[in-house]
Design a protein. Structure first.
Lengths: 416, 287
């Protein structure tokens, strides 16, 4: 998403006549019913500009008081279930944390909290982890994200990798700081494949795996693979490319190859043998293997894979933003970032974490030492430049209309 | 004065129920009707513009799922009648003193949420689950064989979950049959088959009608069974509506689809009532 997007709401305001309630009445002639119907309108909250007003930070943060408690909305498989990092945070600061794995996919999460945020009500969380997908733009454009006060983020300023401070979806980290990055690739269960190695996207279209292939129900994730399988870079794709990719994906479905389109539940489906080969997020498979002693494999396909960033953000209606931003910053201490990466095996935005993991490995012995060293050298946690060259960014939308067309192109595939 | 009171009494009595209906049926209906004619997007808000295209676009985009839901609904309802009638018949005529025990057993599954029961079927029938795994390991079934994600799985789930809704009304109708009527039929030299066809079945029809009403409508709009037991090739219209509301925040399309579904179901029910002869059915049912 380029930094100079013209705001969709502004565009629409210029090109379309806004119909007020009175216009609707005049049009209808059915004054009574019309009034009743029009009164049921759904309130949006379009902000006139994507750029943040200079005093917005001060305006949001003045008068905020600490409540010594943070409600944190995260994703499954995104933290050690014993939550050692949060325990340390509570021990150091006296702030208690209620961590809930309530987010499984971006679109339903946005749809769930949008009405409360639009009404200016608390969503019950002070901190939430959201992906840099279209919904990130929706959150930002709707004015649902609190502008961050960087004077409260000393660890972030000191320790974050430079690349993460200028990502296109939020340059300068006005609203968000990364939680972790990850790659979307292919996971498979070697026990089911009889020695066959999965190396490329085309394997997801192989009739040999009929009824045993899992794809993502998130339209962006799905579309990315359709595009890359045809050799198209998602970030540079056009509407014509989308149609071609959609046809390719439709064929995969009509040939009976796809078993189903999954949200986070794909991990479970792979574990249960419902699918043998599936679209997957890099760290999940590692955690599944660790927690269940499995030998599932994750590969970045030859044709390319995508990289995304999940970000910590503070909803504008948060009750306890001061404690939330303290927790945000806490995750930028190298030892905390290292401890998190050791467990979740996703790309950490803190390069200093690598030294921490290596030091941890030195303290261990035998198999444990070996697996910790593997993490320190894993290209899934610390990707090399060669890896980055293979990774693509998401499709970016210039306007809301473009996004709607995109959804209309790919959604029928998921819904069948 | 007394007469006025007496005349007002029935109206006063229906007032609470009437208000309840008004609040919880009419108000949401108006709100949905309004939504279904709005235009816009969730960030900028939806505005009421008599946007009838929502309806045509929804039909165009989702007619497959709509037709699929109706087909599943009809198949499941027919299976329900076939399964439920003998059960109801047996309890009504041979249940004896234990009738209420049998009815209780029939309702026992309701003590567990039906979503949970459906999910447990998913665990049981999963590809490497306790049912398929042994059959696969002795080579009776190919390794890629699966039950979940297919249309039969979804239809079986629907039948399983809605069986009591068919058994109970049929049972009530059968239970009310005066045994002397059946005896009279036998006295007049009707053999068992004839007395069933000419006496019992017509008297049970109102029960079947009520059962169809109570099962066909929720079965056709169900979204849990297809979500849990099905796959993207078994998507039903209820799932589409749910996704549009809770995934895409596309309230207008979701509302339009809801009204379309309601209209289609009403037409279906009226056609069915017509075929059975509504007048008669209602008359017998009202007895």
């Amino acid at each position: 998403m380029s930094a100079n997007i013209s705001d969709p709401s502004l565009l629409r305001g210029l090109t379309q006549r806004r119909l007020g309630r009175r216009d609707a009445l005049r049009l209808s002639g059915l004054a009574g019913l019309g009034a009743a119907l029009a009164a049921c309108g759904v309130q949006g909250k379009g902000k006139p500009s994507a750029s943040v007003a200079p005093d917005a930070v001060a305006k949001f943060w003045t008068g905020k008081a600490s409540t010594k408690h943070v409600d944190f909305a995260g994703w499954p498989l995104y933290m050690d279930p014993k939550k050692p990092e949060l325990k340390k945070f509570t021990a150091e600061t006296g702030i208690s944390v209620n961590y809930q794995e309530v987010i499984q996919e971006m679109a339903p999460w946005f749809a769930k909290v949008q009405p409360q945020l639009a009404a200016g009500q608390s969503i019950g969380y002070d901190l939430m982890v959201i992906t840099n997908s279209y919904q990130f733009t929706q959150f930002r454009e709707s004015g649902f994200l609190a502008p961050l006060d960087h004077s409260k983020l000393p660890n972030f300023t000191k320790n974050a990798a430079p690349a993460y401070t200028k990502e296109a979806f939020d340059p300068g980290n006005v609203y968000s700081v990364p939680w972790a990055s990850g790659m979307t690739g292919i996971a498979y269960d070697p026990a089911k494949l009889g020695g066959r190695k999965i190396t490329k996207l085309a394997d997801l279209w192989d009739p040999a795996f009929k009824g045993k292939v899992g794809m993502f129900s998130d339209t962006q994730e799905l579309a990315n693979f359709g595009l890359m399988a045809l050799g198209i870079d998602p970030a540079k794709s056009t509407q014509d490319d989308w149609k071609k990719a959609a046809d390719h994906l439709k064929k995969q479905k009509s040939d009976g190859i796809v078993r189903n389109y999954y949200d986070q539940s794909y991990v479970d489906a792979l574990g249960k043998g419902e699918v043998w080969i599936t679209q997957a997020w890099s760290g999940d498979i590692f955690q599944k293997n660790v927690s269940e002693g499995r030998n599932l494999q994750f590969v970045l396909p030859e044709e390319g894979a995508t990289i995304w960033t999940d970000n910590m953000t503070i909803p504008i209606t948060a009750k306890s933003p001061l404690d939330a931003i303290a927790l945000m910053d806490f995750f930028y201490k190298p030892e905390i970032a290292g401890s998190l990466a050791e467990y979740i095996n996703y790309v950490t935005p803190v390069p200093g974490a690598q030294a921490v993991i290596k030091a941890d490995a030195a303290k261990l012995s035998g198999d444990e030492k070996k697996s910790m060293e593997e993490i320190a050298n894993s290209n899934l946690v610390f990707p090399t430049d060669a890896d980055y060259a293979k990774l693509h960014y998401y499709v970016s939308f210039e306007t809301a209309e473009e996004n709607q067309n995109f959804q209309k192109t790919f959604e029928p595939i998921v819904l069948g | 004065m007394d007469r006025v009171k007496r005349q007002l009494a029935p109206y006063l009595l229906i007032l609470p129920g009437g208000l309840w209906l008004l609040l919880f049926f009419v108000v949401p209906m108006v709100a949905m009707l309004s939504l279904s004619l709005q235009q816009g997007d969730v960030v900028n808000g939806y505005r009421f513009t008599f946007h009838w295209q929502n309806y045509t676009e929804a039909i165009e985009a989702y007619n497959t799922q709509l037709i699929r839901s109706l087909i599943y609904g009809v198949i499941a309802t027919i299976i329900l009648i076939i399964l439920a009638f003998p059960v109801a018949y047996w309890i009504a005529f041979y249940g004896g003193k234990r009738k209420s025990t049998y009815l209780f057993l029939l309702l026992l599954p309701f003590f567990v949420s039906f979503v949970l029961r459906t999910i447990s079927w998913r665990q049981i029938l999963t590809d490497d689950g306790p049912v398929l795994s042994p059959l696969k390991s002795i080579g009776l079934l190919p390794e890629s064989y699966h039950i979940l994600g297919t249309a039969p799985a979804v239809i079986c789930g629907l039948v399983y979950n809605f069986l009591p809704f068919m058994v109970l009304p049929v049972y009530v109708a059968l239970e009310r049959i005066d045994p002397r009527v059946v005896e009279a039929a036998r006295d007049l030299y009707a053999n068992p088959a004839t007395s069933f066809r000419k006496v019992i079945l017509p008297l049970a029809l109102p029960g079947v009608f009520a059962g169809v009403l109570m099962s066909f409508v929720p079965v056709s709009s169900d979204y849990v069974n297809s979500e849990v037991l099905g796959s993207s090739s078994t998507t039903m219209i209820g799932q589409v509506i749910q996704k549009q509301y809770l995934n895409n925040s596309d309230y207008p399309t979701a509302s339009a689809l809801s009204f379309i579904l309601m209209a289609v179901l009403l037409v279906g029910i009226f056609a069915y009532a017509r075929a059975l002869g509504t007048e008669d059915v209602m008359k017998v049912a009202a007895r």
